[in-house]
Design a protein around this ligand. Structure first.
Ligand code: OOG
Ligand code: MG
Length: 273
């Protein structure tokens, strides 16, 4: 069987089609039993489909690094996904909701890579990734499961690129993580929609300290053979449960010491039209 007709590439195509048509599909796990390796293979095949139509890898993310998220979704293993240029929005900019199926938003901590990172070419990927980070910022992630009712198993969500759909980062604060003084734990995180607080948490809810996302990203990038270009954005994971993101609102995340990030939404997501 050639790769283009294998079941894994058919799953990747079905998920990609859900992205482009904004129509949710049935969970793969209802009819197939994928291993975790299979699921990451589907994610990688999806990446090939995206880059073939001109999209570009601009970062990586972790999911389920906080208890609030794991409880909300009923999935507790940390997962790794890819961020694409097509999903990057400007701080203070607007996001067209027609591009999504049933989007949710969550507050994140983001790191920026000052240098290209090739985990497989590194003798010590964890140390190299930490040294490559040159700045930190508050972030917002828009997630949009390609599965009906936003329900999935661990392998489903990995195959679906961990629901990644959009992200925005606030002002970058230069940061040298090789300094022992660098730590980002114990800061309150607030998510607001139109000025009303819709979720609160702490940066400590992200693996104890969002810095601990970096070794996990280094390991998972090595396992997946993902090479991150200089300037890549790394999302450490949400500090709170995700909240439905309607059109016609301004959503913001604030982390004291890091600052704020905001976007305005226009139009209506596919499932509300
Ligand atoms: C999966 C993505 C989880 C996070 O920050 O925990 C995630 C989902 O909840 O759909 O991005
Ligand atoms: Mg997230």
């Amino acid at each position: 069987m050639t790769e283009s007709t294998s079941p894994l590439s058919r799953y990747a195509s079905a998920l990609d089609e859900a992205v482009t048509s904004r129509r949710a599909i049935a969970q793969l796990s209802l009819t197939a039993s994928l291993t975790l390796d299979d699921a990451y293979r589907v994610q990688a095949l999806g990446s090939d489909l995206r880059t073939a139509r001109g999209d570009r890898l601009v970062g990586a993310k972790l999911g389920f690094t906080s208890k609030a998220k794991a409880l909300q979704m009923g999935v507790s293993d940390v997962i790794f996904g890819r961020l694409y240029a097509s999903g990057e929005y400007a701080d203070g900019g607007s996001v067209v909701m027609e591009d999504f199926i049933h989007p949710r938003v969550e507050p994140e901590v983001a790191f920026r890579l000052g240098a290209r990172f090739d985990a497989r070419a590194s003798a010590d990927p964890e140390a190299e990734l930490r040294a490559a980070v040159d700045a930190v910022a508050p972030g917002l992630e828009i997630i949009d499961s390609r599965y009906r009712d936003f329900r999935f198993s661990l392998t489903d969500v990995v195959a679906d690129n961990t629901s990644a759909a959009g992200f925005v980062t606030g002002p970058w604060q230069p940061s040298d993580l090789t300094s022992a003084a660098a730590r980002f734990d114990d800061r309150p995180v607030t998510l607001e929609i139109d000025g009303a607080v819709v979720a609160t948490g702490s940066t400590s809810d992200i693996l104890g300290d969002p810095l601990l996302a970096l070794p996990a990203i280094a390991r998972m990038a090595a396992a997946q053979g993902v090479v991150l270009p200089a300037g890549s954005v790394l999302l450490a994971g949400a500090a709170t449960a995700a909240v439905a993101l309607p059109g016609g609102v301004t959503v913001s995340a604030t982390v004291p010491g890091l600052g704020s990030v905001r976007v305005t939404t226009t139009g209506a997501p596919a499932e509300e039209r």
